[in-house]
Design a binder for this molecule. Structure first.
Ligand SMILES: *[C@@H]1O[C@H](CO)[C@@H](O)[C@H](O)[C@H]1NC(C)=O
Ligand SMILES: *[C@@H]1O[C@H](CO)[C@@H](O)[C@H](O)[C@H]1NC(C)=O
Length: 397
């Protein structure tokens, strides 16, 4: 641009700006009723709790991750998406572009995609490294969230974020929802005594975990716990795991490096071996799953025949689902009231509702909640769990 053109451009921009300012001022003075203004996210003890979601998937999971993100989206929360290293850069770019295309996400800037993805081995300890990585990023990027929630691309929520935040408003912010047991059963011989190595931790090419010929004793310096790899962990517990100066989280990390499916034991063992956190455990992962008999590695895929049970379960999330299974459309229509490619509506959405209209393309105060009917069911299950919790009788047993 030449000097003269630049000057003209500046003049033009200044003129346009004053016209806009004038329009804005006249509209403000002519309608003194509140207009939509950029709402400021407020966090802290006097505001509803917020969540940090870590959503991970593999190659080809981009579309599912986007759908899941929209179904759990709220401007007050934080989101980190992870597409494993096998996904192409093109897929990663496509996901990033679709995320940016959502007006609220662009405005609130609360969704990130891991740009340098982790290498993961099925059943290997690289999965814990990746979860700790995500929690570390979210602790660093956002001081406002209260709980960290792990989801896979095959999961789906059974309530709105207004429901979740409303019910969690009456839960101690120290609580950790984690399903665990110290009754190891067959797992003692098959999970804790074998020694395995996860090649993703040191080899650049993909391969599988391998077993050492030696076995080792079950630990007696600490008690091992095992349970569901899906959890809702408090901010203070993750600060203890990642930033704390107690060495327990690191010692257990080194032990669990060579345990099969260590993501089903690491956090469980850390929380239950720390005197300051063992009383914070609520023994549930708040997920709905149906297991085959005898159970396989993963729960059964849920479908529309399971819808009524899913709704009655009182869980916050369910797994697992096939991509775009019709039952997900039922959850969208009947529970989330969410349109295709739209964020799950909440009290923050102030746009008009209608065919092809996204109520969440405009917003008002994002710090208020409007729980829906599904909050009742969820509240009942939380109340039952907290009754057990307050008795402190069964914790970490
Ligand atoms: C945890 O609960 C047990 C049983 O009520 C109690 O004895 C213990 O002092 C509690 N620990 C902490 C750190 O509050
Ligand atoms: C749902 O899955 C079960 C097996 O898990 C199957 O028996 C049933 O036919 C499926 N229903 C539909 C509607 O696909």
């Amino acid at each position: 641009m030449g000097a003269e053109k630049r000057w003209l451009f500046t003049l033009f921009a200044a003129a346009l700006f004053s016209v806009l300012l004038l329009l804005l001022l006249t509209s403000v003075s002519s309608f003194s009723s509140p207009k939509p203004f950029p709402s400021i996210v407020q966090h802290g003890a006097h505001y509803p709790p917020a969540f940090a979601y870590y959503i991970s998937g593999g190659r080809g999971d981009g579309d599912r991750i986007l759908r899941l993100l929209l179904s759990v989206y709220h401007p007050r929360n934080r989101y980190l998406l992870h597409l494993a290293v096998e996904a192409s850069d093109e897929e990663r770019r496509r996901l990033a572009a679709s995320v940016r295309a959502v007006p609220a996400i662009r405005a609130f800037g609360n969704v990130d995609l891991v740009g340098k993805p982790d290498r993961l081995t099925y059943m290997g300890s690289s999965n814990i490294a990746s979860t700790l990585h995500a929690a570390a990023i979210m602790l660093r990027m956002d001081g406002g969230w209260n709980w960290f929630i792990t989801l896979s691309a095959m999961d789906y929520p059974l309530l709105t974020q207004d429901d979740l935040s409303h019910v969690f408003s009456s839960v101690s912010r120290e609580a950790n929802f984690i399903d665990y047991t110290s009754d190891l059963g067959w797992k003692e011989a098959q999970r804790f005594q074998p020694i395995v190595v996860d090649p993703a931790l040191y080899l650049a090419r993909r391969s599988q975990i391998f077993h050492a010929t030696e076995k080792r004793k079950t630990p007696d310096a600490f008690k091992v716990f095992t349970g569901s790899p899906w959890m809702i962990l408090s901010r203070s517990f993750l600060e203890f795991c990642i930033l704390g100066w107690d060495n327990l989280p690191r010692i257990l990390l080194m032990y669990f490096t060579n345990v099969v499916l260590s993501q089903e034991g690491y956090f469980h063992s850390v929380v239950c071996n720390s005197p300051e956190f063992m009383n914070t455990t609520v023994n549930s992962d708040l997920r709905y799953m149906i297991w085959d008999n005898p159970p396989k590695m993963e729960p059964l895929f849920l479908n529309s025949s399971d819808f009524d049970q899913i709704v009655q379960s009182g869980a916050a999330f369910a797994r697992q689902f096939h991509k775009d299974d019709p039952v997900l459309n039922m959850v969208d229509a009947k529970i989330l009231k969410r349109g295709r490619y739209q964020a799950v509506p909440g009290a923050w959405c102030s746009g008009r509702r209608g065919w092809m209209m996204d109520p969440c393309s405009q917003w008002g105060d994002v710090n208020v909640l409007k729980p829906g009917p599904q909050a009742k069911k969820f509240e009942e299950s939380i109340t039952n769990l907290l009754d057990d919790w307050n008795s402190h009788t069964n914790q970490c047993k």
